[in-house]
Write a protein that binds this ligand. Structure first.
Ligand SMILES: Cc1cc2nc3c(=O)[nH]c(=O)nc-3n(C[C@H](O)[C@H](O)[C@H](O)COP(=O)(O)OP(=O)(O)OC[C@H]3O[C@@H](n4cnc5c(N)ncnc54)[C@H](O)[C@@H]3O)c2cc1C
Length: 342
């Protein structure tokens, strides 16, 4: 009996069905948090990882710790003369929320349709697409402080939203389990059509038509993670100083670039990877998607190490060619938790 116990693997809870890369991975303990009354009982250990739907998470190896999966559900809506106020529990599905609000005549999130994942993860990296970021509509984020065992709440101005960034993404806040997100959607709605893929739509486009276009564009451009396992854009688009970007553009005339309000310039990571000849490149069971070079995929039999090795190869090749170091957008999980670097 003792012998049996000794040979039991330490990592017993499988995680491959809990993240969209679907890599073989496991953890030592897994708790689904579906009721607020569970929160005070959870406590804190340094090897705790909070997970939503796992669509921005790469398990490089088995996680030697405890995973808390957010399953808190509920949506409540009130209104003022000017705006709809929407409070959503963190375990709701993001795309379902976008659809539900659109159907109820509450507009603003159309450009963020079909982004996979949970509502609670949306503020973590300030999800964004087609010229809109979720932080624009967030009034407050509520959470549970697992160390001090008490509820916490931050107003928008305290969330430090930036490009694919917020305070919640920083390691010192990883003991906060986001429980709900509060939004305000102005009743005076304006479509955001600045991106090339939407720019042919008339200014009179309805919110429903805009949402439909975003869904179609995304379905055309991005692999469906339920059919080809992936975690969306693997790297962030690098932001360079104007001087650095100008120098790069002199050498590479077709480099797509996007001037930012702060004077910096964002360049397309996908273009760099493609021009470096890596589109479709395979390493072990992992590969660079054949249509969208910014997306790495699990071809069915990849391991976390395969994806890590592929991502490192891309980083090195792009750096050697363009002098630009790509930074992962995907959250990297190693045996002892979140890792900042590959
Ligand atoms: C095909 C595809 C397309 C994508 N397109 C986009 C896009 O256009 N724009 C974009 O911004 N992202 C995109 N993503 C990334 C992903 O959809 C988002 O980052 C999403 O918000 C992740 O949600 P999740 O619940 O799956 O998060 P997870 O992967 O489960 O977690 C992500 C991070 O958030 C933390 N976290 C999750 N829930 C909580 C919580 N309740 N409290 C505290 N921390 C928490 C986790 O610890 C982790 O660090 C895409 C992904 C895929 C697969």
């Amino acid at each position: 009996m003792t012998e049996d116990l000794q040979i039991q693997p330490k990592s017993q809870f499988e995680l491959s069905s809990r993240h969209s890369f679907a890599l073989p991975a496991a953890c030592e303990q897994l708790i689904e948090v579906s009721a607020m009354v569970q929160l005070p009982l959870l406590g804190w250990t340094a090897n705790t990882l909070i997970l939503g739907e796992g669509t921005n998470t790469l398990f490089i190896e088995n996680f030697q710790g405890r995973v808390l999966v957010n399953k808190l559900k509920g949506v409540s809506i009130t209104e003022t003369e000017q705006a709809f106020l929407v409070s959503v529990k963190a375990g709701e599905n993001w795309h379902q929320l976008v659809i539900q609000l659109n159907q109820q005549g509450i507009y603003g999130l159309e450009n963020l349709a079909l982004i996979p994942g949970s509502v609670g993860a949306a503020p973590v990296q300030n999800i964004g697409a087609y010229g809109v970021e979720v932080g624009t509509f967030i009034t407050a984020v509520e959470g549970w402080d697992l160390i001090n065992n008490k509820p916490v709440r931050w107003a928008n101005s305290e969330c430090e939203f930036g490009y694919r960034m917020s305070k919640f993404k920083r390691p010192e806040w990883r003991h906060i389990l986001i429980t709900s997100v509060h939004f305000s959607f102005p009743k005076a709605w304006q479509p955001v059509l600045s991106y090339k893929e939407l720019s042919d739509l008339p200014a009179t486009v309805s919110a429903g038509e805009l949402m439909q276009r975003v869904i179609e564009v995304r379905q055309m451009k991005l692999p469906d993670p339920t059919k080809l396992s992936n975690a969306g854009s693997f790297f962030k688009n690098p932001t360079l100083s104007k001087q650095q970007a100008d120098k790069l553009r002199q050498a590479h005339l077709h480099l797509p670039f996007y001037p930012q309000p702060n004077g910096q310039v964002k360049i397309a990571a996908g273009w760099l990877i493609e021009q470096a000849g890596l589109k479709g490149f395979q390493l072990g069971g992992a590969g660079v998607h054949t249509n969208q070079a910014l997306v790495l995929v699990n071809n069915g039999n990849a391991t976390g190490e395969d994806v890590q090795a592929l991502a490192k190869t891309i980083q090195t090749t792009v750096y050697e060619r363009y002098g630009v170091m790509l930074e992962p957008e995907v959250r990297l999980i190693k045996a002892h938790g979140l890792a900042e670097a590959l």
